[in-house]
Design a protein around this ligand. Structure first.
Ligand code: MN
Length: 357
């Protein structure tokens, strides 16, 4: 079987243990996200509070050597048939639940400096995503502009905003304008911005995984209904790792509300909500069969595939088998759209991949 080459819209780097310890003054370094291991558990602390405990075996399964070492990472990509890659943080994801704006701002700056030097500088194939503050719009705008100056081509945000900072609110407007102006897509990664509120009992593992994908849909509803995407037609947003086939369904739901409840609708939009979703909202999936159907049968063509490397939710080390299965019997044009072209469009990435026919 010939290799199916793909770009991955959703992957992660694993930061070194001492990233913040080395880069921040002592008082802030102590409160930065920190991972402590004992014989049984890996425990994450953020600003002195325990936020997560995982069995060691689970943590290690998420940690092939290439997660930490960029040179090894490129080898993994080559063997998996992955060319370009959008690279999200791992420990940096925890910055989205910090409650102190100064701590958040400084952790984020340190992460972005490290990411620029380590990820972006290593290869043109890697698109590190800059973090911005979820707590303070001025900080977020300043960091977005600084990141653009450092050469970043994408920005990571959480799908759950802090209390009182819903994505439909005017207070975010300067960030939407800055992202549009800089030409940087806002990449909202699922499962971020909130403490894990675990459902216990029967079905918990599956229920809790499902819970992580609803906030991405809520983010899109807020950005579209509030007119953010209407006011900023060149702003692109991306919901990473949340699947894709919900997007056309959400578009239908929003159009129905907009039309049938029109007397209550504020603000009035220039077009139906679905227009913004089909034009400006990108989504990514790993295994979902329906994601390919959304492109082929529903005409929603903003779908990226993502490996989620190095996470166990993803396709490593079985990427080629997954891609062969996903695209069996699918027209080449649809496959190319999902595996390559949507990524190239979103991240202004050079077309094609070597070895890809
Ligand atoms: Mn991911």
């Amino acid at each position: 079987m010939a290799t199916i080459w793909a770009h991955s819209g959703d992957s992660h780097v694993l930061e070194p243990d001492d990233l913040w310890l080395r880069r921040l003054p002592g008082d802030l370094a102590e409160r930065a996200p920190r991972v402590v291991r004992d014989d049984e558990r890996e425990i994450v602390y953020v600003d002195g509070t325990m936020v997560r405990r995982d069995p060691i075996a689970f943590s290690d399964a998420n940690r092939p050597p290439g997660a930490l070492d960029v040179a090894l990472r490129i080898g993994d990509l080559d063997r998996q048939g992955i060319w370009g890659e959008a690279v999200f943080p791992s420990r940096g994801l925890w910055t989205t639940i910090i409650k102190d704006p100064v701590l958040a701002r400084e952790c984020i700056r340190a992460y972005n400096d490290w990411c620029a030097d380590t990820v972006n500088a290593a290869s043109d194939r890697l698109i590190g995503t800059a973090i911005v503050s979820m707590l303070d719009t001025d900080d977020a705008v300043g960091e977005l502009q600084r990141a653009a100056g450092l050469g970043f081509r994408a920005v990571f945000m959480a799908t759950t905003p802090p209390e009182g900072r819903g994505f439909n609110l005017e207070l975010w407007e300067p960030l939407w304008a800055a992202a549009e102006e800089a030409g940087l897509p806002l990449c909202f990664h699922v499962g971020t911005g909130t403490d894990v509120k675990a459902t216990r009992g029967p079905g918990g593992a599956v229920i809790n995984y499902v819970e992580t994908f609803f906030p991405g849909q809520r983010t899109v509803a807020h950005l579209v209904a509030s007119g953010a995407l209407d006011r900023h037609p060149d702003l692109k947003v991306f919901i990473a790792e949340g699947g894709a086939a919900w997007a056309p369904a959400l578009a239908d739901r929003m159009d129905e509300a907009y039309r049938q409840h029109g007397m209550f609708v504020r603000p009035v939009l220039s077009e139906l909500p679905s227009s913004y979703i089909y034009r400006q909202v990108y989504t990514s999936f790993q295994h979902d069969r329906t994601a390919v159907t959304a492109v082929e049968a529903m005409g929603y063509d903003k779908v990226l595939w993502g490996s989620d490397y190095p996470h166990v939710e993803g396709t490593f080390p079985n990427t080629q088998a997954v891609l062969a299965d996903l695209f069996d019997g699918v027209p080449d044009a649809v496959r190319r759209r999902v595996t390559l072209e949507t990524f190239e469009e979103l991240f202004s990435f050079p077309a094609g991949a070597p070895g890809e026919g």
